[in-house]
Design a protein. Structure first.
Length: 391
């Protein structure tokens, strides 16, 4: 039997680059900005390499390199050198992709936050913009070894709309295929997504045919304090992800009920690392409340139901689901769902001695081996090619 990954070029729509330790210090003047420039130092107390933004420790440097790691999260490599090189070196990433049957990866940032929120901790607008630009430059260089297989999504200085639009143009010329936007700007003292304040941003993205990606975990991350310490570190860590998976329901609600999909009908939105099984429930509840509360009367200009706006413009991604994947396909179809792995994060489809994960090759065959070929092609390739304008 020929495996699906040998028949269809698989696009993994959510992976993360592990930023080089000199990404910012090699591109931004340390002489001018000093310790404010993001950098890695050895944390003697924790005995780990750590990232410092504005002189404050914000993350352990190898903490996201869990692919193939021999301990359960939140235990992690202490140094980047202890992790699988495929986490951080492009040449090894391509080899890992070939082994697991993945042709291309959509690349998301890591250390500065999944929506660029950590740059705001620097409290210097000039430096914040330089940091965004340095990341966008670096990730294109990192992906340059195989630009049709490693596909960057740009960071945006979302605290300044005009600067964001300028960066859209600059980063697109570099080779970026989409935008990563914070899903909870109100957590950073900015207007909510449903505020018309953002209309110039949406208009610019639509005009440039750039999809807007909302990765989970871009807000204040209160969920990390959700559990009492008595439950243990592994239970506390494991409890976070299921809550975050459905976090983007707040984003989708604002896009639809806030009229953004109506006003910008050609703009595509992606809910990243969020799963697909909950989408049918969400869409049914949207339609019910829309009609039951008279939204169609209040806004007669909205000619579609929420589920119809979703099917026209919004996409979800999945990577571990089995039964719920198939129920989602039955309920909403295959046109708005894409496959991902979240490599190399703790919740990823990255098998190692301490996990139950299967490889993408095995998982894809197990879950899609019996579905119609056109359905498998949409989930694994076609939808991503359409959203990200891939060759």
């Amino acid at each position: 039997m020929v495996e699906l990954v040998e028949q269809i070029r698989v696009v993994d729509t959510d992976t993360h680059v592990i930023e080089a330790y000199d990404l910012w210090t090699s591109r931004i003047s340390v002489a001018k900005y000093g310790d404010l420039v993001p950098q890695v130092r050895w944390d003697a107390e924790a005995e780990q390499e750590a990232w410092y933004f504005g002189g404050k420790r914000i993350a352990y440097a190898a903490g996201s390199c869990m692919a193939g790691w021999h301990e359960y999260a939140p235990d992690r490599p202490r140094k980047l050198a202890e992790a699988d090189p495929a986490c951080w070196r492009a040449e090894d990433r391509l080899k890992k992709m070939d082994e697991t049957g993945v042709y291309a990866q959509i690349l998301y940032p890591n250390v500065a936050g999944f929506g660029a929120g950590r740059y705001l901790t620097l409290n210097d607008p000039e430096l914040m913009l330089l940091c965004v630009q340095a990341y966008n430059d670096w990730v294109v260089e990192w992906a340059g070894i195989a630009p049709k297989r490693l596909i960057p999504q740009m960071a945006i200085p979302f605290w300044d709309i005009q600067a964001s639009i300028a960066e859209m143009d600059r980063a697109t010329k570099l080779g970026h295929k989409g935008i990563v936007l914070c899903g909870a700007p109100q957590d950073f003292n900015l207007p909510k997504l449903s505020d018309p304040y953002w209309d110039p941003f949406w208009a610019a993205a639509q005009e440039r045919n750039l999809p807007v990606n909302f990765h989970i975990g871009t807000g204040d991350m209160w969920v990390f304090d959700m559990m009492h310490e008595s439950v243990g570190k592994h239970a506390s860590f494991a409890a976070v992800a299921p809550v975050l998976f459905t976090e983007n329901i707040q984003v989708i609600v604002q896009l639809i009920f806030g009229g953004i999909c109506h006003r910008f009908p050609n703009l595509k939105f992606v809910s990243v690392e969020s799963g697909a099984g909950w989408l049918p429930f969400a869409l049914e509840s949207f339609d019910w409340q829309w009609l039951n509360s008279g939204v169609h009367k209040e806004h007669p200009e909205y000619k579609l139901l929420p589920s119809e706006f979703f099917k026209r413009q919004i996409y979800g991604s999945y990577w571990f689901e089995r039964k719920s994947l198939h129920s989602a396909l039955d309920a909403i179809g295959a046109d708005n769902i894409m496959y991902e792995t979240d490599f190399p994060h703790p919740t990823s489809m990255s098998p190692g001695p301490a996990t139950i994960a299967t490889s993408p090759r095995e998982y894809i065959q197990e879950t899609l081996g019996d579905v119609p070929r056109d359905v498998a092609e949409k989930l694994l390739w076609g939808n991503a090619a359409r959203v990200y304008n891939l060759d």
